[in-house]
Design a protein around this ligand. Structure first.
Ligand code: NAD
Length: 356
């Protein structure tokens, strides 16, 4: 198969981790007879420096012309003082909305060799941790009308959390379809005791659930979910929720699996083209020092192969290679434990490639 991938290396550790992921992809291409070609795309802080804006139209067009997009990370202190619309992170929101990527899928799985990195009690860890958060990505408060007004007592600001039935329905369906391929359980998370948009969310979720009688279904309030994730995470299979709740809960879920440097994510729309990226940021504190963990980006490539290119075996090959390297005790700094062998970003890439 021939696949054209738009590659956004971005800022900070972005270029280092993406380089390792592309080397893994090249090895997969070689092993399975696929050809992956890359179009490099500027977005984020480096695009601000070059073009004066975080997401030039040319970059969007390159992504639209690709079979899928791979992103490292964007942002950093250099651009922190810029205005909201000019910040590097705007590039992410722009790509998501221009490509119609309404669902963000983040698996949180505890790799057995990293169990000691999990901050939860051993008896909780022993029950296993393997859940997926399906987050609505282009609606809610992050995209609703917002404003800062000058009022009598000083400034007043508001953001609007807005959802249509159609927006809720399509993301809830993604969750139910995914649950059918996993352990068959969906938890829909809202704040229906307070928010009107959550009451609509709940109504639509129940309507969709009725079409999937084979999938176990439950509602849960977001505050309770935050608590249950650390109290008893093994109760969850697929969690589906709106944009802001999903943003917060998925960071919490990633932390309980050990390290932010391990978690991939995919953002998908109606078709097969998606954007794949690690959930962490550009880690400016370790950028350019060969210290970054490339595994989240490498696993993002594995997700791309599975969800966008239907290459299940190739994807599983990468996941198994990562697990094998971890089992042999190789670690980057962020997941280092007693008795582990410390590797740099490049060397971790080498080790994983050696297993493919
Ligand atoms: P961060 O995720 O970049 O870093 C948090 C901590 O985790 C740091 O100590 C960092 O060194 C460590 N870390 C992150 N990824 C790692 C990896 N792969 N290997 C080893 N250690 C890793 O979050 P932050 O510090 O809050 O943000 C830094 C910049 O990244 C900010 O400008 C922020 O806006 C941006 N950001 C971008 C994205 C994105 O591009 N998707 C997401 C979040 C934050």
């Amino acid at each position: 198969m021939n696949k054209q991938i738009a590659v956004i290396k971005g800022d900070g550790i972005g270029p280092e981790i993406v380089d390792e992921a592309l080397r893994v992809l090249d090895r997969i291409g070689e092993k399975y007879g696929h050809q992956f070609t890359y179009t490099y795309v500027d977005a984020g802080g480096c695009a601000i420096d070059k073009y004066g804006e975080p997401l030039p139209e040319e970059s969007v067009q390159k992504c639209l012309a690709s079979d899928s997009v791979l992103l490292g990370a964007v942002g950093g202190p250099k651009w922190d003082a810029l205005d909201g619309a000019m910040r590097p992170e705007r590039a992410l929101l722009g790509i998501r909305s221009r490509l119609g990527l309404f669902s963000n899928i983040r698996p949180s799985k505890l790799f057995a060799p990293l169990a000691s990195a999990c901050p939860l009690k051993q008896e909780i860890v022993n029950q296993g941790l393997d859940l997926v958060i399906v987050r609505e990505l282009i609606g809610g408060a992050y995209f609703g009308k917002r404003e800062t007004l000058m009022t009598e007592g000083g400034k007043t600001s508001y953001d609007t959390m807005i959802y249509s039935e159609k927006e809720v329905e399509r993301i809830v369906r993604v969750a139910f379809d995914m649950a059918r391929k996993r352990r068959g359980k969906v938890t829909s998370v809202d704040k229906a005791n307070v928010l009107e948009s959550s009451r609509l969310w709940r109504e639509v979720a129940h309507r969709v659930a009725a079409e999937y009688p084979d999938v176990e279904f439950a509602d849960m309030l977001v505050d309770n979910t935050a608590m249950q994730l650390v109290r008893n995470p093994s109760q969850f299979d697929v969690i589906v929720t709106e944009n802001m709740f999903g943003d917060i809960l998925s960071d919490e879920a990633s932390m309980i699996t050990g390290s932010i440097g391990m978690i991939p994510s995919s953002s998908l729309g109606e078709g097969t083209r998606g954007m794949y990226e690690p959930i962490h940021g550009s880690a400016p504190d370790i950028a350019g020092q060969n210290k970054a963990n490339p595994i989240a980006t490498i696993l993002s490539v594995a997700m791309m192969l599975k969800y966008s290119f239907d290459m299940e075996a190739e994807s599983a090959d990468i996941e198994n290679a990562v697990e094998a390297v971890l089992r042999e005790g190789y670690r980057t700094g962020d997941i280092m434990d007693e008795g582990g062998v410390l590797l740099g970003c490049r060397e971790m890439g080498d080790k994983i490639i050696s297993k493919l």
